[in-house]
Design a protein around this ligand. Structure first.
Ligand SMILES: Nc1ncnc2c1ncn2[C@@H]1O[C@H](COP(=O)(O)OP(=O)(O)OP(=O)(O)O)[C@@H](O)[C@H]1O
Ligand SMILES: [Mg+2]
Length: 359
């Protein structure tokens, strides 16, 4: 999963949010040093105040005729109180972070630290919160993944088990028709497992790209031929402009992406409608498109379909097979190439899958 870039802008937003929260605090809780962005300056400030207060108390004590032995403790006490008030919140985030980190080590990722200052500690606390949020998200994704995988595996396994039980009990004969259904189920299981393995290898960097310069036209033609073999009667048209279009990348992986897109196009577009595959140059990028005349992908789902196990219309998808992994794999491969993949709507209906690769 590509992570959003948290730049200055987000930090600024977080700071604004914190400022809003700060407004609601009581006036007793003012933190005059929060605006200073460096701890060193804060320390300097605090020392100057302390020394100033001591000098002032000394002077006042002298005019009031207070005992010379009493003046330093009084000055110290007043300075301490003042400094305590001024430096409020300077180290509390550190203590909060310590407690939160301990909880995180035990698997509780919901902890956040209150940020009020803009100094190093404040920035650290902000980064800490961002890290906690990210860990929380990763943890949620991990749990979702396990739940999804188990759910997806359960359906074909239960079906297989039911058939086998019937055969063992003698309720059903092991005729070729039943065996063929069972074979289809095992094939589906096998396909899903190998897709998952592929995805995890891509994510962990376990299958690096074998980059080379290759010609786009023949690759698209080959993918089209395979898709026609797979689904006889399907009409796939390939158009490449210019005819000798070359690109840098891993041809096998790019082929895998195009094959995935063609499989979807063939699955979701009505029989008899043509599927258009095209390749062309736009600026410093090579654009490959796969267009169909199916129902298309609604705008609000066009980024979600690239998530693992996501199916735009689960009922329709389940009945026709896929587990919702094809596009997740495609996006990983395109990301590894430094490219971009997106789903667009076509007028009046249909889906246009656009891959952009750096030329
Ligand atoms: N060409 C298309 N037209 C309409 N919907 C599509 C198209 N391509 C993808 N989708 C939607 O996006 C979802 C995700 O696609 P993806 O290829 O990841 O999964 P899948 O095809 O269902 O399963 P798999 O590819 O793992 O066999 C699909 O379930 C479908 O709802
Ligand atoms: Mg698919």
């Amino acid at each position: 999963v590509s992570r959003p870039d948290r730049g200055e802008e987000q930090r600024e937003q977080e700071w604004e949010r914190e400022k809003g929260r700060a407004l609601h605090r009581s006036f007793l809780d003012v933190r005059p040093l929060d605006r200073i962005t460096s701890i060193r300056t804060k320390f300097a400030f605090v020392i100057i105040i302390a020394v100033g207060v001591s000098a002032l108390v000394s002077q006042i004590g002298l005019t009031l005729g207070i005992d010379v032995l009493l003046r330093p403790p009084i000055a110290m006490l007043i300075s301490l109180l003042l400094v305590r008030m001024l430096a409020r919140g300077m180290t509390s985030p550190l203590r909060e972070m310590e407690a939160a980190a301990a909880k995180m080590a035990r698997g509780d990722y919901t902890q956040r630290v209150e940020v009020t200052s803009r100094d190093e500690v404040g920035r650290l606390a902000m980064e800490f919160n961002a890290m906690a949020a990210e860990l929380d998200e990763v943890d949620r994704m991990r749990r979702d993944l396990v739940a999804n995988v188990s759910h997806e595996l359960r359906t074909p396994i239960s079906a297989l088990q039911a058939h086998l039980e019937n055969i063992v009990d003698g309720v059903e004969a092991a005729d070729p028709e039943v065996l063929r259904t069972m074979l289809a189920q095992t094939e589906r299981l096998g396909r899903m497992v190998s897709q998952l393995l592929d995805l995890s290898r891509l994510e962990s960097g376990g299958s690096p790209l074998h980059n080379q310069r290759f010609e786009v036209g023949p690759l698209l033609e080959q993918a089209a031929i395979e898709s026609r073999l797979h689904r006889p009667g399907i009409d796939v048209r390939v158009a490449v402009e210019p005819r000798d279009l070359w690109v840098d990348g891993d041809p096998e992986r790019v082929h895998q992406v195009v094959a995935n897109l063609l499989e979807n196009a063939a699955r979701y577009s009505p029989a008899g409608e043509a599927i258009d595959v095209s390749g062309r140059v736009r600026g410093d990028r090579v654009v490959i498109e796969v267009c169909d005349h199916g129902p298309g992908i609604p705008l609000n789902e066009s980024s979600r379909v690239f998530e693992r196990f996501y199916r735009a219309d689960s009922a329709r998808a389940t009945e026709r097979g896929g587990a919702g992994l094809g596009l997740a794999i495609a996006r990983w491969i395109v990301d590894l190439h430094g490219g971009d993949i997106r789903a667009e709507q076509r007028a009046p209906n249909g889906c246009r899958m656009v891959i952009e690769l750096p030329a």
